[in-house]
Design a protein around this ligand. Structure first.
Ligand code: NAD
Ligand code: ZN
Length: 371
């Protein structure tokens, strides 16, 4: 039994983590400011056995109250949303980078003796995933240039010979290339944590979550969570909007596998000082996700495919799980179909408002959507 602080513990992933910790018998404190875009109403899943502090992560008064006696911190509070981060630059840097800095500064100032500090990082810090060129071998290419994408030529090319490159699993050692403000702030969170963890002997682990889905995902927030965005559109009989040609792939992972990985990061010592991928290890196309969700909903709709692209979007990124298997004993258990069926069953009891078209138009007006 441990005293645990979960920042962002009222959120989608944080909420599941709080339940798992409470079930183990841990004493759980949550700091969460209940951001209105994420929580239009108070979440119905707050755990009665956890203690909630509805405050900003950068509120030193709250941290002074909560940190004494804390043994483990899971830092999940963050502004989330890649496209939005490109026009709310100061908000993302303040919440994510300065928020993490304030939390760590408070831990250092108060000399809190932590057993573990686990930070939520993200696959977005990689930029493009790892690829293999049939002539040149493994490559870590840059983002595709706009001039290529304007031709609707979507696949990644080898920087040396120009051949179309084949996607391969992305290891933690791949060059880091954040291509959005959100990704840059997630990298800052990770680096501040691991660097100060080393300097002050705070045993730290950074978990790089890939695209996470499951019950409690915000169904009406058009800026984050592709699975929920599709579900909201399909539910309203609106054709899901797909960027590029819908054949880009992502690594979709169930929130239950993420929580299992976080608990291992708390318990196992081998990953201290390291960043580890938490993912399913499987590639799925965006079209495939739309199709499975339509099947579950019993509705066949055409895809709305305007052939637009968002500069900064990557073509393919799937996790290599060798390191998380070795250091954490992590093994994902939920396959995509079962996981989406669970999300779908949950979503039937929850309102999903479709604000996707408005968000799409907002991105277009701000010049963030091209093509
Ligand atoms: N969902 C994904 O696919 C995914 C992928 C990679 C990384 N992550 C990371 O995982 C973490 C949790 O993401 P999520 O999907 O559960 O998102 P979420 O938006 O549901 O949860 C974030 C929580 O943080 C809270 N919050 C935001 N700003 C705050 C502040 N200034 N002070 C206090 N609380 C604040 C929000 O109210 C929310 O409850 C985030 O750090 C996110 O960057 C998520
Ligand atoms: Zn080549």
């Amino acid at each position: 039994m441990a005293q645990v602080l979960v920042t962002g513990g009222a959120g989608f992933i944080g909420g599941h983590l709080v339940d798992a910790l409470v079930a183990r018998g841990d004493r759980v404190h949550v700091v969460d400011s209940l951001v209105p875009q994420v929580h239009p109403t108070r979440p119905d899943y707050l755990n009665p056995k956890a203690t909630y502090h509805f405050a900003d992560i950068a509120d030193r008064g709250t941290l002074a109250k909560v940190l004494p006696g804390t043994e483990v911190v899971f830092h999940l509070a963050a502004a989330v949303g890649t496209a939005q981060s490109m026009y709310q630059v100061d908000h993302f840097v303040r919440t994510n980078t300065l928020g993490t800095a304030t939390l760590l500064q408070s831990i250092i100032d108060q000399k809190v003796r932590l057993r573990r500090f686990v930070v939520a990082s993200s696959n977005t810090i990689y930029g493009e995933g790892r690829y293999v060129c049939s002539k040149c071998g493994p490559i870590a290419p840059d983002l595709r240039p706009d001039s290529q994408l304007l031709q609707h030529d979507w696949e990644v090319r080898c920087p040396t010979c120009g051949a179309t490159a084949r996607p391969a699993p992305t290891e933690e050692t791949k060059t880091i290339q954040p291509s959005t403000v959100y990704a840059q702030t997630k990298l800052s969170q990770e680096q501040l944590t691991l660097m100060l963890g080393r300097a002050y002997d705070l045993p730290s682990v950074s978990c790089r979550f890939f695209n996470t889905y499951g019950p409690r995902q915000g169904l009406s927030n058009p800026y984050t969570g592709l699975t929920a965005i599709f579900l909201a559109q399909i539910r309203h009989g609106h054709a899901p909007i797909v960027y590029e040609d819908g054949l880009q792939t992502r690594d979709f992972v169930s929130v239950h596998d993420i929580v299992a990985g976080l608990l291992l990061a708390m318990e196992r010592p081998q990953a201290v000082g390291q960043a580890v991928n938490l993912a399913s290890g499987k590639a799925s196309t965006v079209r495939e996700v739309a199709r499975v969700l339509m099947e579950l909903e019993g509705r066949e709709l055409p895809l709305d495919q305007p052939n637009k692209f968002r500069p900064g979007d990557v073509r393919h990124c799937t996790a290599d799980l060798t390191r998380s298997r070795q250091l954490l004993g992590y093994e994902p258990k939920v396959n995509l179909r079962d996981g989406l069926a669970e999300l779908h069953a949950w979503s039937r009891e929850h309102a999903a408002e479709d604000h996707v078209k408005a968000a799409h138009q907002e991105l277009e007006a701000r010049g963030i959507l091209k093509g």
